[in-house]
Design a protein around this ligand. Structure first.
Ligand code: FMN
Length: 399
């Protein structure tokens, strides 16, 4: 069993110009705490607690680069009006001795028409069965606009005191929709070959790099696999990683899954059907998920380090720092990540279960999480704010 005093996981490392006190980053986990599409005091308190819990950096989850990139209510989108509050959040994180990152993205074809009051846009026209909406194929003007929005949002994040930005190019969000043959069926120079499908996402990364300057850390969350026949596969993901390295990324977070098709592939574990029903926009959709949810949301068994095998293929193909994510439950799992050549790790559910998880590991009070991957935190995050639902119902924490 690994000894926390000897473990490389608690040694510092650099991400571009940024010094991180250890190798552990809190993964973007949508908090559901942005009522009125703006960050709240509860969001500040959430990240203050995570930062105090020992991670080197915490990631404030999904922030739309524009309003038409929102998938749910309670999501924020970047604009001047929210910068003062974001500044208070980064101050609170820094005061606890951690660094702050923010996940910037656009959800493309699965935007909620009810939230954005318009037809969603995507690489191609596509039916989203979760929304029963049909997206509009993006024009060059749309692409120019969204690229600008990414650049502006990254600059705003930097001005609000964030130490890094994380661009969402995984989980079937807009940039991942361009990469995936399932959502990108364009016949022009943005569709077809992988080189063509990479054209828009790569241009976004280059643009963000130009806007934030050479020293500011850019992480990119990308898919190793979309998780279904006809989606992006790992051989292409190795090429995407190489392209992002060239375009100016500082680190890649290697995830998987497609929110609008295989939402639990990126997480594994039980299906929180009740929560999914509650999170639907309309009564009709609630009824649809109630009746057909079992067929719409596939269950994938949980395994520790469930992305390690696929992530090794990217590790072999690029030099850029890599972040392993997915089912990292214990100090032993973290040691394995370091032994396998990953530079950082990201952790989601273990820190939702217990924000003090990292401190407890480091002090030797515990050696692993007691989260059982029931995923009810996901099912209920959009309604009342993310939390460990089991804990709320009285299942005690260890340590
Ligand atoms: C409650 C919850 C919300 C999540 N929201 C996001 C999100 O907004 N953006 C994202 O990229 N991933 C999101 N994820 C996925 C996590 O970042 C991570 O990829 C996944 O949980 C696997 O890591 P874990 O096994 O350490 O939990 C979320 C996960 C959870 C549990």
């Amino acid at each position: 069993m690994a000894d926390p005093k000897e473990s490389r996981i608690f040694t510092s490392a650099k991400l571009n110009s940024l010094e991180l006190k250890n190798r552990i980053i809190r993964a973007g986990c949508f908090e559901g705490l942005c009522q009125n599409e703006s960050p709240s005091e509860r969001l500040l308190e959430h990240h203050r607690a995570v930062a105090a819990g020992g991670v080197a950096m915490t990631t404030v989850a999904y922030c739309g680069v524009s309003r038409n990139g929102l998938a749910f209510g309670h999501e924020m989108w970047m604009r001047d009006e929210i910068k003062p509050m974001l500044g208070r959040i980064t101050d609170a994180i820094h005061n606890e001795g951690a660094k702050a990152s923010i996940q910037l993205g656009h959800c493309g074809f699965f935007a909620s028409p009810r939230v954005i009051n318009q037809r969603p846009i995507g690489p191609s026209s596509k039916l989203c069965t979760f929304r029963m909406s049909f997206s509009k194929e993006m024009t060059e003007d749309d692409m120019n606009q969204i690229r600008e929005d990414f650049g502006k949002a990254a600059v705003s994040a930097k001005e609000a005191g964030f130490d890094a930005v994380e661009l969402h190019s995984g989980h079937g969000y807009l940039l991942s929709q361009f990469l995936s043959p399932w959502t990108n069926t364009r016949k022009d120079s943005y569709g077809g070959s992988l080189e063509n499908r990479l054209k828009f996402p790569k241009s976004v990364v280059k643009h963000v790099r130009e806007k934030v300057g050479p020293d500011f850390p850019i992480l990119i969350k990308m898919n190793l696999r979309d998780g279904f026949h006809g989606g992006l596969e790992v051989e292409d993901a190795v090429e995407v990683a190489k392209a992002y390295e060239k375009a100016g990324a500082d680190a890649l977070i290697l995830s998987c899954g497609f929110t609008a098709k295989t939402p639990l592939y990126m997480m594994r574990g039980k299906v929180p059907l009740k929560g999914f029903i509650n999170s639907q926009d309309t009564l009709l959709l609630k009824a649809g998920v109630m009746l057909f949810g079992k067929f719409m949301v596939q269950e994938y068994p949980f395994e520790e380090l469930f992305l390690l095998d696929l992530a090794r293929k990217v590790r072999a193909g690029v030099d850029i720092p890599l972040v392993l994510i997915g089912g990292i439950c214990s100090l032993d799992n973290m040691e394995t990540a370091m032994d396998e050549g990953f530079n950082f790790i990201q952790i989601g559910r273990a820190t939702v279960r217990d924000p003090e998880f990292v401190n407890k590991l480091q002090s030797g009070v515990i050696t692993e999480t007691d989260c059982d991957h029931c995923n009810r935190c996901i099912g209920e995050m959009a309604d009342t704010g993310v939390k460990c639902v089991c804990l709320e119902e009285g299942r005690a924490l260890q340590g």
